[in-house]
Structures are given as C-alpha cells and as structure tokens.
Design a protein around this ligand. Structure first.
Ligand code: ATP
Length: 308
C-alpha cells in the first residue's frame, strides 16, 4: 500500500505539488492523471524517494521512506517515461542483462527471464532484436525488466503513451493480472481516455493539487451524475416501463427522437443485466447504449469547475 499525506514539493521558488494526500491499496491500479506540468512525475519521484518532500509523509507498505529507504526501494518497481533500450540485443538478452544487474544468480536467471517474458506476453519474441519491436512491445519489454525483482509496488510513468489500440489492450490485461497478484500499482498519464481502460481508481491533479480522487465509478458518479441509457424499442414499450419502475437504480424514461432515455445508477455489468431482463420479458430492443464512463468528459467538467 502507498500512503501519501499532505505532500508538498518545492523546486527553488516554485511549488510543484501541494497538500497532496493519496492512498493506493494492494490490487488497485490508480491512474494519476492531469495535464502537462500538473505534478504527476514529481509525485511519483517523491514516492520513489528520488526527491525529498518539502513537507508531508510518504509510507510504502507501512514503512516511512525517510526511515528505511533501502527497504522501500527493494519492494518498488519504476518504469520511466520513454525508457531507453539497447537496440542490438535480443529480447531475452536484454532481460538477462538486467537480471544479472539485479544480482539474480546465473543459475536462476533463465527461469527468471522466462517468467518475466511470460508475464508481459513476450515469450514468442525472445529472440527478436529489441530494435525491431513495436513501441507497445518495447514498453512491455521495459515492464518485464521492471518485474524481474518481483516488486510489490509498481509505478509506471505514461506506459500507454504512443501505444496502439492492441498494445493498450495487452497492457490493460497485464496490469489486470498484476493487480490480481495484489500488487499496488500507480500509472500516470495526461491522456485521460487511456486511463478509463487501465485503472480501478483515479487521482486527478491540476497545478500541483489533487482536484478529485476515488474509484472511477464513484468519481464519475460524483462529477457526472448517473449514466444515461438510450434504448430503441420495436415492441413492448409498456413492459419496458414496468421493468424500469421495478428497478430502483433506474429513473423514469423520456422520449428523445427514436430512443427512450433514462438515468441509471449502475455500472456496465448492471446495465447489461437490465438489458437481459428486458429481452427475457420479450421487449424487442433494437439498440441499447450506455454513455461510457468517460474520463475526458469528467476532466472537462473538473476543469470548468476549477475555473468557475
Ligand atoms: P508531464 O505530463 O509533462 O510529465 P507532470 O504532471 O509530470 O508533467 P512535473 O514534471 O511533475 O509534471 O512538473 C510539475 C511542475 O514542476 C512543472 O511546472 C515543472 O516545470 C516543474 N518542475 C519539474 N521538475 C523540475 C525541476 N527539476 N526543477 C524545477 N522545476 C521543475
């Protein structure tokens, strides 16, 4: 677990992070989001112990990083933005090189390398030259290297930046598996739509301050209100209204052109259950769309709130 309390970081005369408190639990993927210069990297560097806070407390797995920095470093893995790779090495050689620098014994290295490549889905690329990897694969290679010492806490700076949609799906699945292993994960990004896919919680930063934080669904609900569902019905409108009035998560439906729209206080899984009930009750549904939790929209709302 990571616990940051009242963090402040000053660079010379400028305050880069102020009054920042944050908790990230094992199994959580927390998205640290905000525009360029918001203070995300500074926060990560402070958590890693690379910058001394001007004020505030930082604990990792219950240990204050000022008291036992070595112990904290041992459990943390950091993947910087745009990490360099050695172009003339094969994928396995690259990971092996780092395994050796982490002090993993020669005898244990082959299995450690294979395990790390497995974790990021790069086993079938083991003999490919790193220079020939796509950007998404390079990011995964860096993640493999970061995972070698089996860190319990992972800090990834902009891991999805410039990665194509398939690469993002791969990354999302990897992060999901790592979270299932109860790792504590923080991922930063200034591209908000990316974070929708990766994170279970968000911490939104602006000009050094935290403007919103919590589980994505809750933050969305707080800022955006309930989700809006639009349904087009061919037959069974009366049954549709009956089903809706029996579901206390649904508000009353109103017609908007061809669709009936209603507010719904539930996540995607709950919306899909509602659709299943409608179909089971013989309502002929031509289309059913739920406005996705959209961090970009959320961020715009937060931004306008900040400015007003
Ligand atoms: P980006 O998305 O561009 O990486 P960020 O949210 O990570 O931005 P930081 O890099 O933490 O933001 O920077 C926060 C503020 O602190 C910015 O105004 C930046 O110019 C300033 N800053 C960062 N590093 C230093 C430094 N070493 N010396 C002085 N000012 C710095």
């Amino acid at each position: 677990m990571i616990r940051v309390k009242d963090l402040r970081v000053d660079y010379d005369n400028m305050c880069a992070v102020r009054d920042l408190s944050l908790e990230v639990h094992p199994g959580e993927v927390c998205g640290l989001i905000g525009p360029n210069g918001a203070g995300k990297t500074t926060t990560m560097r402070a958590i890693l112990g690379l910058i001394e806070p001007t004020y505030g407390e930082i604990e990792v797995l219950g240990v204050d990083i000022r008291d036992r920095p070595e112990d904290v470093h041992r459990v943390m893995g950091f993947m910087p933005d745009l990490p360099p790779v050695y172009e003339d090495l094969q994928v396995w050689e690259f990971v092996d090189l780092f395994a050796s620098s982490y002090g993993i014994h020669r005898r244990d290295r082959p299995s450690a390398v294979e395990r790390a490549l497995d974790q990021v889905g790069l086993r079938d690329k083991r003999t490919t030259l790193t220079a020939e990897l796509s950007r998404g694969m390079r990011q995964r290679l860096m993640l493999a290297k970061t995972l070698l010492p089996d860190p319990r806490v992972l800090l990834l700076d902009e891991p999805a930046s410039g990665v194509d949609p398939q690469g993002r799906i791969d990354l999302k699945n990897i992060l999901k598996r790592l979270a299932e292993e109860k790792k504590t994960i923080v991922v930063s990004s200034h591209i908000l739509t990316e974070m929708d896919e990766f994170c279970t919680s968000v911490a939104v930063m602006e000009r050094g301050r935290m403007v919103e934080s919590g589980r994505i669904v809750e933050v969305n609900r707080r800022i955006m209100g309930d989700a809006l569902i639009a349904v087009e019905i061919l037959e069974g409108v009366e049954t549709f209204h009956e089903v809706l009035s029996a579901d206390d998560r649904a508000g009353p439906a109103q017609r908007n052109r061809d669709a009936l729209e209603f507010r719904f206080r539930g996540d995607a899984a709950a919306a899909s259950e509602l659709l299943a009930v409608l179909v089971k009750r013989d309502v002929r549904v031509a289309s059913f769309s739920r406005r996705r939790d959209n961090l970009e929209e959320l961020f715009l709302k937060l931004g306008s709130k900040e400015l007003s």
